[in-house]
Design a protein around this ligand. Sequence first.
Ligand SMILES: [Zn+2]
Ligand SMILES: [Zn+2]
Length: 545
Amino acid sequence: MAAAADQVIAEGKRRDGAALVCASGISPSGPVHLGNLREIMVPHFVADELRRRGLECRHVLSWDDYDRLRKVPAGVPSNFAEHIGRPLTAVPDPCGEHENWAEHFKAPLRAALAKLGVEVDEISQTQMYTSGAYREQIVHAMRHRQQIDGVLGRYRTKKAAVDAEVEQDDEDLAAASAAGYYPYRPYCEVCGRDSTTVVSFNDASTQMQYRCECGHEGGFALSETDGGKLVWKVDWPMRWAFEGVTFEAGGVDHSSPGSSFTVGSQVVREIFDGLPPSYLGYSFVGISGMAKMSSSKGGVPTPIDILEVVEPAVLRWLYNRRQPRQSFSIALDAEILRLYDEWDALGRKVEGATATELEVAVRARSLGPAAGPLPSTPRPLPFRTLASVADVAAGDPKQTLRILQDFTVGEPLAGLDEAQPRLDRAQAWVSTYVPAEERTQVRAEPDRERLEQLSPVKREALKLLLDGLDENWSLDGLTALVYGVPKIQAGLPLDAPASPELKVAQRELFVLLYELLVGRDTGPRLPTLLLALGADRIRSLLTVA
Ligand SMILES: [Zn+2]
Ligand SMILES: [Zn+2]
């Protein structure tokens, strides 16, 4: 983000030292997904970089809540379809707890931003348009409609076949109807929808007449009455000029030739006497590891759902460690264990002073914004360990603390608080994203039949293990013990290197232990599982009568 920040500074100088403004725009038309979060995170990290350099920077979040409802998202009753065409703030709230549709979808994103330490100045476009803030700009655009039509016409022939923009091009074409081109659409005063066509505009009086598909014909003076909005390709550049935006990011498709950014760059110069912002295109953010999830768990997780299992600093890191043009996926299956391992490894590198300058900078920016670090876990035990403990202890706080204290024998955990908020995330991950058939089910009763049929060698192995439990009751001790039992049986010293035969014997013992303890041939790492079960339970499940 350093290079992007340099460009924004240059952009500010080009504008005679104008204030630095990073802008994001979100349409609260449905659940705001992780891909949309990048729309906020890229400008956030640029603004943050500027602030770290001691510069003032405003990060504006424009809620495009005066946009029309285009379609009813999955999970919302289909009778909401009657509101299609109305502004998002004029559609009722689907749950009944919020002021309207737009607020319903803003709320979870706001909560996620607060947890991520992302500070923004929110601007409601409904508020701006309906309060008349843009009246002058609307009248100006209508008076210069032929010039705008000319600019847009230069690109229309280039046929920008970009999926994401098809609807906007439809809107653009609709604006250029038989009655002439008008870069403005009123919401119908009778049905409230934007299924309207402007039929005339008087440059002098600013009187605009329209026709609606509902049959209503009406009109009002744009210099006096507010009740519609500029079409997207004119609205966006108008706001660049209005807010003095010096940096904006957008999906890579917005920056292709003929896209709204290219067209907007011309419109802002030629019509609004402004400059386009410095711009960065960003790529897709996906989710992986959802294949095994049942659809009953709901749709695609949103940022606030992800924060249930990923610490805010780690989520910041995901958006921060790659260039915006690189796409990436957030893994919700067992890959998440590796994500936390990598994050912890970076922390050790930084603390051990072996990290590169770039790694140090990336980690500092992930831990929190320039204003200060976000709350972090005082004792960040490996997520992998916490997940295994959560799996075995099944949420019992007493048992969880007992196990975690066994994991931290040198300096035992004083209370579960020290492992928070990471512990809660591990518990949420196990209960939400680990399929039931992969969760650990500790046997309630020993498998007596199996125990009785064991060969003398296997019986001896179990006895050696049980006899060594107390003496080796720590993660390291139990690791040495489970690997060591086959060595003792082969008459080898405990530090003997693993021969192929030894590896086979170890593997056989591990499978036997898993089967006797959890009834499957795999499970959490054995030393972790043993610690989690506790010596009494292990004895009850492994003792041959
Ligand atoms: Zn609601
Ligand atoms: Zn109507």
